[in-house]
Ligand binder design. Structure first.
Ligand code: S3P
Length: 177
């Protein structure tokens, strides 16, 4: 395992990075940081508004800034990294170097049933399954590249997924503070 300072959850939209990350952080007695929440707080705009007004490339820069800022926090935290964070090679380098990275993985068919659209996921469009399948195929190798461990969340409910993440962290000697 890499330096266990920060715990970073990566994976596709709908894998539960936020809903799993929050209780994991509470269990460890750590701060929880959601990178998209940080983007929205800093800009005062939703992810959807940023995509619509400035375009995806501009959003990706903000996404990278939020990841770097979260990883630079001195107190070990649990970080839910936005799904697309692995696209940028510089982000992948940061993730490989800093923290314990856990890839939450599930098949697109299951994610398509779980994802909720809203102001946060403008990419989903009219056919979430097709989008998720395409993005998963593009990104799978990148998630694998940065991950210290993989947790299959496809057949686990949220509670079981939290327990599975905590079990991985116990193995990595990341314990409650
Ligand atoms: C995206 C995932 C979303 C959000 C944006 C783009 C992606 O975050 O950042 O809609 O490219 O996978 P979640 O992974 O939290 O859903």
């Amino acid at each position: 395992m890499a330096d266990p300072a920060h715990v970073v959850l990566v994976g596709m939209m709908g894998t539960g990075k936020t809903s799993i990350g929050r209780p994991v952080a509470a269990h460890l007695g750590r701060r929880f940081i959601d990178s998209d929440e940080q983007v929205e707080q800093r800009t005062g705009r939703t992810v959807k508004e940023i995509f619509e007004s400035d375009g995806e490339a501009a959003y990706r820069r903000l996404e990278s800034d939020a990841l770097a800022a979260a990883l630079a926090e001195p107190e070990p935290a649990v970080i839910a990294a936005a799904g697309g964070v692995v696209i940028d090679p510089a982000n992948r380098e940061l993730l490989r170097r800093d923290g314990t990275v856990i890839w939450l993985d599930a098949p697109p068919e299951i994610l398509a049933e779980r994802v909720v659209d809203g102001d946060h996921r403008p990419l989903l469009g009219d056919d979430p399954l097709a989008t998720l399948s395409r993005l998963a195929a593009e990104r799978e190798g990148w998630y694998r590249e940065v991950a210290d461990a993989v947790v299959d969340v496809g057949f686990r409910n949220a509670e079981e997924a939290v327990e599975a993440v905590l079990a991985v962290l116990r193995g990595a000697e990341v314990r409650p503070s």
